[in-house]
Write a protein that binds this ligand. Sequence first.
Ligand SMILES: *[C@@H]1O[C@H](CO)[C@@H](O)[C@H](O)[C@H]1NC(C)=O
Ligand SMILES: *[C@@H]1O[C@H](CO)[C@@H](O)[C@H](O)[C@H]1NC(C)=O
Ligand SMILES: *[C@@H]1O[C@H](CO)[C@@H](O)[C@H](O)[C@H]1NC(C)=O
Ligand SMILES: *[C@@H]1O[C@H](CO)[C@@H](O)[C@H](O)[C@H]1NC(C)=O
Length: 386
Amino acid sequence: MGLVSSLSSTNIAVSLLLLVLVFLSVAVSAVDEVKNGRVERELLVQQQEGDRVSRLPGQPEVSFKQYAGYVTVDESHGRALFYWFLESTHRPHDKPLLLWLNGGPGCSSIGYGEAEELGPFFPSKAQPELTFNRHSWNLTNVDNVRLGKIKRTAANLLFLESPVGVGFSYTNTSTDISQLGDTMAAKDAHTFLINWFRRFPQLRSRDLYIAGESYAGHYVPQLAEAVFDGNKNVSKDDQINFKGFIIGNALMDDGTDQKGMVEYAWDHAVISDQVYDKVKHACDFADEEEFTSAAACKEALKGYFDVYYLIDMYSLFAPACFNDSTFITRRRQRPLIRGQLAPRFFSKFVSPPNFLCAASRRGYIASLNSENCVNLHINFVTNFEK
Ligand SMILES: *[C@@H]1O[C@H](CO)[C@@H](O)[C@H](O)[C@H]1NC(C)=O
Ligand SMILES: *[C@@H]1O[C@H](CO)[C@@H](O)[C@H](O)[C@H]1NC(C)=O
Ligand SMILES: *[C@@H]1O[C@H](CO)[C@@H](O)[C@H](O)[C@H]1NC(C)=O
Ligand SMILES: *[C@@H]1O[C@H](CO)[C@@H](O)[C@H](O)[C@H]1NC(C)=O
């Protein structure tokens, strides 16, 4: 009896001790979790603040926040993509997120999209050096104003330099450059998004739209597909709230593009019926080999290309600012640039602008000795899905 009772009291003591231990370890791990959570949050805040752009040189005062920096997309190769994120000016928490990609392939989304197209500022020769872009992302929709429905069509904008080798994005493995193509561009941009949302988890639940122009006619749908398929395959934490995509002035393939350009010039009375008919008969745009090499087609297209000396085909109703031959060549052929260069507004190597096109609607400074595009065409593998 004495033995039994002493055994059971030992048992009780052991059980109590175990209970206390279990309780302690639960308490300790809870404290650990809270601590780890706090450390993680602090790290995130630090990372986000590290990317915060307080102000650009010559920038007027603004109320919205901006962030820029690198996101690693391949650690072993040392590939990193550069982004610039601009919050919407009004109620950014209620606004969707728009990823913007310029084309080329090889053109900078910072140099074009952010600094010349839909970003908040335009460079100006006067003071301040940056002025507001009246056509920016926070513009009130004119139709809504007319209809008495004042609604700000704002979005949070995320500009991405893609793929590596373009603008500020880079790789530490030079052989990556020879592997460049649509597949790698889409894969890296998808990895970028996953890692960027890990850095900005507060934005993960926003509706995401993927948008771009020109060669982004390839980037956008192919990235959209990667995100859509990837969502079925990534962990719950890495799901992307992808809603849709938008492409402007899309390049699908060279034949369709060239045919469209000629038709556009014709139905805007930029070229004559004769020039148009000649091109139509001499060029088989469905056959890329044929239209790029056939002598009769080349000759006919010359009549079309000659208007480039007179008119900016990308902006028919604005004065042609550039009468410099390098500009004309650049527009006729695809951009051809040596080596890697920073986008022109941001290049350290930009000498004073050659001239300012005061007549330009946009009033931006054109510097002809630095470029927004690098020539990726030699190696770039394009996926056509026909
Ligand atoms: C690329 O190399 C530089 C120099 O070694 C290094 O500082 C940088 O972190 C590397 N980039 C990536 C994405 O690993
Ligand atoms: C757009 O943002 C700029 C800079 O904050 C501001 O001056 C301008 O009023 C905004 N435009 C609209 C329509 O909200
Ligand atoms: C799904 O994930 C696995 C492992 O990361 C990967 O090998 C596979 O290619 C992925 N599939 C798709 C459709 O992304
Ligand atoms: C345009 O070209 C003409 C002739 O080559 C030259 O005289 C003129 O200065 C140029 N204008 C500009 C703005 O560069």
